[in-house]
Write a protein that binds this ligand. Structure first.
Ligand SMILES: Nc1ncnc2c1ncn2[C@@H]1O[C@H](COP(=O)(O)OP(=O)(O)OP(=O)(O)O)[C@@H](O)[C@H]1O
Ligand SMILES: [Mg+2]
Length: 310
């Protein structure tokens, strides 16, 4: 198989079905219009974002049953190369519905079936064999999967000199930090929890990120601040990039698009200032599209140029 600089991992992917309806009324049949199907899950979204930027990555994900087959078709349509690890249980589906009367979005998510020990070992062995330059793990863990799963991945990455990028939260992220990652992308709330405080003010973000770096948790901490943009912190660098003002439709997929932009820019050896600009450009461009859709290349390019001119 061709070797890839970037590999993404999604252990709990989904097929996201989105639709529109008019009026949420109990006991009645609600007519849903024009369903759209998207391949979902953190790592897959990151691979899709990289493909939009004309980059290459290999998406490793689990897949089972007819929904798994559909997932593979959808990933192929996105022009993303993949390696699917077949599972006994079926891939999950998520459901997103917009009420046209109120323009409110309802998001129904399922947790994703337990993986067998053999399947978990197969994922670990697959990652161990690939030895890419950059490995991105993102998204939720399946029901019953131990919270040290991403830490195991971090250990594999460390042993093969792979730069590990992880976008997760809570206990799973804390455990990764014990081993150490190359880059983490918490949002400000996730960062606060990580260092054990209720909330963080803007001016406290830098110190919180520094603390993680000093303790050896990560080399780069990119903190996303929603409509305020993002900061990137390393041992000796600090960059703040404001988010451009855009016509926001849906923030679903903004975080994954940002990680996609960051990883793509790193793989192109861009400066760290440009890395975080690409992250913000892709994240903000994603908010300009409806539902689970990510971003358009022309929007990301335009926002990047605008950020560069600031
Ligand atoms: N309302 C907004 N306007 C402009 N840009 C936005 C907005 N919300 C998010 N973004 C962009 O997307 C990036 C990531 O958003 P955010 O901080 O919400 O990530 P997140 O909480 O990880 O998102 P997710 O819910 O997708 O996991 C931001 O840094 C910013 O560039
Ligand atoms: Mg996120």
């Amino acid at each position: 198989m061709k070797s890839f600089d970037i590999v993404t991992l999604t252990v709990n992917p989904s097929v996201d079905k989105s639709t529109h309806f008019s009026g949420l009324i109990p006991e009645q049949k609600i007519r849903c219009k024009d369903p759209l199907f998207d391949a979902g899950g953190g790592g897959i979204n990151v691979s899709k974002a990289i493909a939009r930027l004309r980059g290459n990555s290999l998406a490793v994900f689990t897949s089972g049953g007819p929904v798994g087959d559909m997932l593979k078709d959808l990933v192929t349509k996105e022009k993303v190369t993949f390696e699917a690890i077949e599972t006994e249980t079926a891939t999950r589906e998520n459901f997103v519905a917009v009420d046209d009367n109120t323009n409110s979005q309802y998001r129904f998510g399922f947790s994703g079936d337990t993986l067998t020990d053999v399947e978990v070992e197969k994922i670990l062995a697959t990652i161990q064999n690939l030895k890419p330059k950059f490995l991105v793990a993102s998204g939720s863990l399946n029901e019953g999967l131990s919270s040290d799963f991403y830490q195991k991945i971090a250990k594999i990455a460390k042993a093969s000199d792979t730069k590990f990028i992880v976008d997760t939260s809570g206990e799973a992220l804390k455990k990764v930090l014990e081993t150490g990652a190359y880059l983490i992308k918490p949002n400000v709330g996730e960062l606060a929890k990580l260092i054990g405080v209720q909330r963080l003010e803007m001016e406290e973000v830098k110190e919180a990120a520094k603390k993680i770096i000093t303790q050896g948790g990560a080399e780069i901490v990119a903190v996303s601040l929603g409509p305020q943009g993002a900061v990137l912190v390393t041992k000796d660098e600090y960059e703040y990039v404001p988010a451009p003002n855009v016509a926001k439709k849906s923030t679903v997929g903004a975080g994954d698009s940002m990680v996609g932009g960051i990883v793509w820019a790193l793989s192109q050896n861009k400066s760290l200032k440009d890395v975080i600009r690409w992250g913000v450009a892709c994240g903000s461009a994603a908010t300009m599209n409806e539902g689970t859709q990510l971003f358009k290349l022309e929007d990301a390019n335009r926002l990047f140029e605008w950020l560069k001119s600031k």
